[in-house]
Design a binder for this molecule. Sequence first.
Ligand code: OFO
Length: 165
Amino acid sequence: MLSKAMIDSLNDQIQLESYSSNLYLQMSAWAEIKGLEGCAAFLRAQAQDELAHMHRLFKYVYETGALPVIGTIKAPPTKYKSVSEVFQQVHEHERFITGKINDLMSLALGEQDHSTANFLQWYVAEQHEEEHTMQKILDKIKNIGETGSGVYFIDRAIGMIAGEK
Ligand code: OFO
């Protein structure tokens, strides 16, 4: 059985994972409109992953006998200046999520809630992986550069990463 504080925090995370999914899906629309098919494919796949993260939490909460609550999801931004801005924001957002997962883990450990701590391990590993992927993408953007045909090659490189997912 989960504490009230833990149920509330897990529900906050359900809401955040839903927001992450919407954020990346909205970013994929920006990329599509700009003709950046590789970036769009990557961001759509990322949106799907975030939805799966939300469902994983949702299932865990109801399996404990508590009520998962999605709540209100705020609207994500719709305008971006460049590919680098999009992926900088993705990276920043993932770091923010890592902080939230760490807070959840600290709460679970503090409460000696070993079941939830064990459940959260998967998210700890996932955040490590995602931050690493986003850093790799930012490095590629920096190395290739966004001038001239650079954006074309960046899009191809990110599309290849999407294909590996
Ligand atoms: Fe970006 O990862 Fe969800 O948790």
